[in-house]
Design a protein around this ligand. Structure first.
Ligand code: RBZ
Ligand code: NIO
Length: 350
């Protein structure tokens, strides 16, 4: 098997000793061993990442990567392309679903324009525009490998800056009309599953549109001769600038030892590319929810991760990831606040 050597900074190993300490601690708490299920797994994994027996993930941030897609011209979305730019304005005004969910979770929202069609990037948006939208991948590669790499670097740098500001938990999501087509094409290329089994209705296209979307993906896979062994090629041929930006966020989070929470189909497609580029990203990833998009389950299976929530959501923006944040707080509070068997005068179960 060919191993891709990451051109990016090395990613540290997780701290197995601390992880073991936390596992032991969880077994000493006044409950049957393992009975808090995902909460126990969460806090144990967070301990390994942060190197703290009782991890602190109170400072939370959401990054929304934004970009436009040439493939939207194939009629694969239920909404017009202008919605990407309108939603960028909405994000900085605080009126989108992700803003509401982030406020609930006491998380800050950072909006990044990596490649929207907006001629002027609104105030409050981080401007890392690589170019004005991708090309239509039904006709030619969405972008060059250099452009994809530039967008990846933007994601890495932004997460580095967030680390400097003290961010301890990161949700990574996106906005870009047409990007379920790109995300599904990536899923098909990386997992080898047929497009027809992975493609969903995205923003809500009807039957005819769905058939067209499947055809666009099938033809692109053939045209661009994609291979799971060449993740950067897949990303540049059928991906998107905001998807590349998210790849950078996942790599950056691992470099900085920040737990990174994936959202739905598109965010998880980016995470799988990041893992293909550098397998050491994987231990830093968390699956928040299971999207309605059929490709999402296949991507999560490829990563070997189980989602925390089954909420029938299909929005993107990091909305599902933000919704999962309170579960992280709950997991840490359990580890920090529960009494031990020793507190009750009983021996440990082990
Ligand atoms: C108002 C609105 C807000 C959104 N927020 C996220 N998306 C989501 O829908 C898009 C992907 O679906 P498709 O591939 O069908 O275009 C992305 O922009 C995604 O984040 C939205 C879509 C709309 C219309
Ligand atoms: O699963 C997702 O992330 C998703 C689904 C539909 C539309 N936008 C995003």
């Amino acid at each position: 098997m060919q191993h891709t050597r990451s051109p990016f900074r090395p990613i540290p190993d997780i701290c197995k000793e601390v992880q073991e300490e936390t596992r032991k601690h969880m077994n000493q708490l006044t409950k049957p061993t393992g009975s808090l299920g995902c909460l126990e797994e969460l806090v144990i994994r967070l301990a390994g990442i942060t190197g703290e027996k009782i991890p602190d993930v109170s400072r939370k941030a959401v990054v929304v990567m934004c970009g436009d897609h040439g493939v939207a011209r194939e009629g694969v979305s239920a909404y017009p392309q202008e919605v990407t730019g309108l939603m960028i304005h909405n994000f900085v005004r605080g009126g989108a679903a992700v803003n509401v969910l982030a406020r609930q979770a006491n998380a800050e929202v950072h909006v990044v324009d990596v490649g929207s069609l907006l001629a002027e990037v609104p105030e409050g948006v981080i401007n890392r525009k690589v170019r004005l939208g991708t090309d239509n991948f039904a006709e030619r590669p969405a972008m060059s490998e250099e452009e994809a790499t530039e967008a990846i670097r933007a994601g890495i740098e932004i997460v580095g800056q967030l680390r400097q500001k003290g961010v301890q938990l990161l949700a990574v999501g996106e906005m870009g009309i047409g990007n379920t087509t790109a995300g599904t094409a990536i899923a098909a290329a990386l997992t080898g599953q047929p497009a027809a089994a992975l493609t969903g209705t995205g923003t809500g296209i009807r039957q005819e549109g769905l058939q067209r979307k499947i055809r666009v993906i099938e033809q692109a896979l053939e045209k661009h001769r994609l291979s799971a062994e060449r993740p950067l090629d897949v990303l540049s041929k059928v991906g998107g600038l905001e998807i590349a930006g998210m790849v950078g966020c996942f790599i950056g989070a691992a470099q900085e030892r920040i737990p990174a929470v994936m959202d739905g189909l598109i965010s998880t497609a980016a995470a799988l590319i990041a893992v293909k580029l550098d397998p050491k990203v994987l231990p830093y990833l968390f699956a928040s929810h299971l999207s309605v998009e059929p490709g999402h389950r296949v991507l999560l299976d490829a990563l070997g991760l189980e989602p925390l929530l089954h909420a029938r959501m299909r929005l993107g923006e990091a909305s599902g990831a933000a919704l999962s944040f309170p579960i992280f707080d709950a997991a840490v509070a359990i580890a920090r606040e529960m009494a031990t068997f020793a507190d009750l005068g009983l021996p440990d179960p082990e």
